[in-house]
Design a protein around this ligand. Structure first.
Ligand code: NI
Ligand code: MN
Length: 236
């Protein structure tokens, strides 16, 4: 497995991931906790978080952004419109971004990437425009380069993400129906030039049928590792 150089990555079920760097920076991506059937019971988030990253406005990615930000003092990073939405919900420290932009916090440089998906925010019986969906590259000083794809299909411009940022550890959705399936994720792995893939967004609900075993089958003997974590488990 690629050397995480002191960074730890904990999968919390669905697309929710906690990243802690060797220097102590803590980042929570797409917090879906209270109503996430795969969130590990009894898992305690750190009392303080530096940043919460929100990839897009769907419920299963932003459900717990506001309460967790308020509890932990985290700043919330998201596409301009989605960050503005969190602002209307009482979050004072938002960091709006756009595709191709980067923002550095302590030892972590975040870069916002494209994702092929949608991003409406459900509010009662209407949808609020949430901007475009995104992914994030996390370039950690003296550490690894990580990529969280958000919800997306595979797309050939993932090769630009490889050329610009060279992530080696990828967190990719594999469940299908709303995102790429294992076959698509295998192609994405190739476009991105990854060494390790942590499969996300599978097994949470009945229509997310893709499995890590199928991803392994499609990746074949390329030397890429599929990291099969259970929710609550940590890669170091
Ligand atoms: Ni989504
Ligand atoms: Mn989703």
């Amino acid at each position: 497995m690629s050397d995480l150089m002191g960074t730890s990555i904990t999968w919390l079920g669905h697309a929710t991931v906690l990243v802690q760097t060797a220097a102590g920076t803590t980042i929570l991506i797409d917090p879906f906790i209270e109503n996430n059937p795969k969130f590990p019971k009894g898992f305690d988030l750190p009392e303080k978080l530096d940043l919460i990253l929100a990839t897009h406005g769907h419920y299963d990615h932003i459900a717990d952004v506001v309460p967790v930000a308020q509890k932990t003092g985290a700043s919330v990073v998201a596409m301009y419109e989605l960050a503005g939405y969190f602002g209307t919900k009482g979050i004072k420290n938002t960091i709006p971004m756009g595709y191709g932009g980067s923002y550095t916090h302590k030892d972590v440089t975040l870069s916002m990437t494209e994702a092929r998906h949608s991003s409406g925010i459900q509010d009662g019986d209407t949808f609020i425009y949430g901007g475009e969906p995104a992914g994030f590259v996390l370039t950690i000083a003296d550490g690894p380069v990580l990529y969280h794809a958000g919800d997306t299909s595979a797309f050939s411009d993932m090769q630009l993400i490889r050329d610009l940022y060279a992530p080696k550890f990828g967190m990719l959705p594999i469940g299908g129906n709303f995102t790429m399936d294992p076959r698509g994720a295998a192609l994405a792995t190739k476009f991105l030039g990854l060494d390790v893939v942590l499969p996300l967004h599978w097994g949470t609900m009945p229509q997310l049928t893709g499995t890590p075993e199928e991803l392994e089958k499609h990746i074949g003997n390329t030397g890429v590792q599929v990291l099969k974590l259970a929710p609550g488990q940590t890669a170091r």
